[in-house]
Design a protein around this ligand. Sequence first.
Ligand SMILES: *Cc1c(COP(=O)(O)O)cnc(C)c1O
Length: 406
Amino acid sequence: MSLSQELIALEDRYGAHNYHPIPVVLESGEGVHVWDVDGKRYFDFLSAYSAVNQGHSHPKIIKALTEQAQKITLTSRAFYNSELGKFEKFVTKLFGYDKLLPMNSGAEAVETALKLCRKWGYLKKGIPQNEAIILFATGNFHGRTIAIISGSTEESSKNEFGPYLPNLKLVEYGNLAALQTVLSQNKNIAGFLIEPIQGEAGIVIPDDHYLKSCFQLCKESNVLFIADEIQTGIARTGKMLACDHLGIHPDMLILGKALSGGVLPVSAVLASDDIMLCIKPGEHGSTFGGNPLACAVATAALQVVLDEKLAENAALMGELFRKELSKVQSKWIKVIRGRGLLNALEINDTQDSKTAWNICMKMAENGLLAKPTHGNIIRFAPPLVINEAQIKEAVAIIETSLKSIV
Ligand SMILES: *Cc1c(COP(=O)(O)O)cnc(C)c1O
């Protein structure tokens, strides 16, 4: 057995089977590249689901990590720490909010936003106790907790995990009239949770008018517009936030993934005082949330995005990627779409076909890693530090791989 086969067998034997990975075993990374245990180099076109926007092991982020780790890593929120306030000030100023609530994983930040939204609904909107409703969009992905999957429309995420959380209501993503109807029929809606672009659903991009109008409708109905920018945020789509393309400022903003450059789980909810101060001491928390190591790392990670103008680079390289890919002649290309460096190639085959998987296997063989989402859609989301020559080299690999599948 080769070393990678051995390591795959170990995971298979001793780990839960809750993932179905592409069979490569990664050992190191730098910038847009990762290497497997045999020393083979790949372009990383998944970027850990957009967590490593800044590139693998960015030296400035790793420096912040090691320096802070040698001082102190965790104090708990029972005490103040030297890094948290500075981090909160930096991030709130950067995104234009009054306050930040730090958590760890993305799902935790979404849970936090749901709790905050309910509190606000009772304290500020005057919704009767235990009657607050939160709207979710069809096709959403917000994480894996019980509350979150209760609002999911994905069978595999939900089946046999019930009973579900009540008072979550689904509205069709992209359908403005549906939102209008729900809002007009119900006085107890506290918030609308939405991804400005649905990443996991296959890079589903609604038209600009839809999101702007959703935002406006929520405003008119005194319903919080809650943007989950865990995947679309931090420069991925060519602006700091996907909402920035539309000039909308969500009532609550949820960040995660690239907030730490993929170094540690760091997430956050941002909101105004009016919303954030609805939660009082003791009412919500997390042992690791706001730890000094996370704060130092996340500050460095955001600074890298600003210093290296990664939003601008994502916009330029994204356009180049779509332009180059659209020149490729292949019967498998159905649609190419995306914004910035969050792109999708929809494969010209049925959703339950193995074609997208086979293409991903071929690309891995040829030195580029990506993974199908929803069966026949391949997401292309490299680290935002990618340059023109690398984009062209990557597209050549994609082309060769597409052509080798008959
Ligand atoms: C990844 C993701 C989450 C969940 O984040 P975890 O860190 O995996 O819990 C939530 N929302 C969106 C849009 C995501 O892409």
